[in-house]
Design a protein around this ligand. Structure first.
Ligand SMILES: [Zn+2]
Length: 369
């Protein structure tokens, strides 16, 4: 079987993108757009069958603002699915996602990136579940009421807070996946300790290949796998390649700011010029090949076997994707590379989506509804 045939047959799942941020800035993702990485046409072209749209909130927002922002992003995700029933459908279970694939539609799942919007109230967690949220990244780049993040030097709880333990138990009860990307190492271990269900890193890489606190150590990957979980490899050049992150750091910040400003004011010439200048400067830095992404996948396989790794692009939340994997239309290169490296169709299916779907099913089955 060719890579193209394997790719088409497999359920290809991307466990994390920030596309709702593009929607809230006024971008139309229902058809091909010039900016960013994901729209419904490019998902189709790349053979992506399911994708988690993240409702991201910054840790800098006040609690009520965070809740409002998350509600807006969840609402917009529902709206864009409702308005494009031929192309996509909102999915809340693995079964719904497979049905959508059979109909030739892309399954859109919702994840909550940062637990701050639930404030200190489990009834809000319940409400987000009812609105279709199927994983929650417990925090983002700051410590919150639930746990510590990997980003700040000063930690607040030295892991998960007492309220965070209640959150984990309630997520287990509801059947919501616990996402440990962005967490401190101590928070990760507390999640393993308290969760009865397997946990997931929806968009992280291997620290052994790129020493960044957002990535996981070999020991963490081993412990995650022993508990049945999965690490979904992030496509961000700076998390894949230590050399790239050294050179591109400051350029990424300017690119990010100018892109957001341009998306918010698409008719402004000055903002367009600023964005194009920032893009040119950033894209002058040589990006790692998508083959490095496959090296991260292989690193996990060598550590724990083929059943604990998958894909979490972080598209529309990252400034630069690997060379050859510029946007969602290019997912097929990963399948080709895995086939070239000698992986079987069965193994490729696991990596492309089945590993994540297995965990999703287990979390659902363990839930006490
Ligand atoms: Zn993230």
């Amino acid at each position: 079987m060719t890579a193209k045939e394997i790719h088409e047959k497999a359920f290809v799942l991307d466990s994390h993108c920030d596309t709702p941020l593009a929607i809230i800035r006024g971008q139309d993702v229902s058809k091909r757009r010039k900016l960013g990485h994901i729209d419904f046409d490019r998902l189709k072209e790349g053979g992506v069958d399911g994708v988690f749209f993240a409702a991201y909130t910054s840790n800098s927002l006040a609690p009520d603002e965070a809740t409002r922002r998350a509600l807006q992003l969840v609402a917009l995700t529902h709206k864009v699915c409702d308005e494009n029933p031929k192309k996509v459908g909102l999915a809340t279970t693995v079964r719904e996602a497979r049905e959508l694939k059979a109909q030739g539609r892309t399954a859109i799942f919702i994840g909550l990136e940062n637990g701050s919007p639930i404030q200190k109230d489990l009834s809000l967690l319940y409400l987000f579940y009812k609105m279709g949220v199927r994983y929650m990244t417990l925090t983002h780049a700051g410590n919150n009421e639930i746990c510590d993040s990997c980003a700040p030097k000063e930690k607040r709880w030295n892991g998960v807070s007492p309220f965070g333990v209640e959150v984990i138990r309630e997520m287990n009860r509801l059947g919501m996946i616990i996402d440990v990307s962005h967490l401190s190492d101590e928070s990760f271990y507390d999640c393993l300790k308290y969760s009865k269900a397997p946990i997931v890193a929806t968009h992280s890489c291997c620290r052994a290949l790129c020493n960044h606190p957002r990535n996981m150590t070999d020991q963490m990957i081993k412990d995650l796998a022993a508990a049945g979980g999965v690490i979904q490899i992030n496509f961000y050049s700076s998390f894949l390649d230590p050399n790239y992150s050294k050179v591109a750091g400051a350029l990424c910040d300017e690119f990010d700011e100018s892109l957001i400003d341009y998306q918010l004011h698409p008719r402004c010439k000055r903002r367009k010029e600023r964005y194009e200048k920032a893009k040119e400067a950033l894209f002058a830095v040589p990006r790692p090949s998508y083959k490095l992404l496959v090296d991260h996948i292989e690193h996990v396989i060598k550590l724990v076997g083929v059943k604990h790794v998958g894909l979490g692009s972080d598209f529309d939340g990252i400034e630069s994707a690997p060379d050859g994997l510029e946007d969602a239309s290019k997912f097929g290169v990963i399948t080709q590379e895995l086939l070239d490296r000698g992986y079987s169709q069965e193994d490729i299916n696991l990596i492309l989506g089945e590993n994540f779907l297995r965990v999703f099913n287990e979390v659902e089955n363990l839930a006490m509804k």
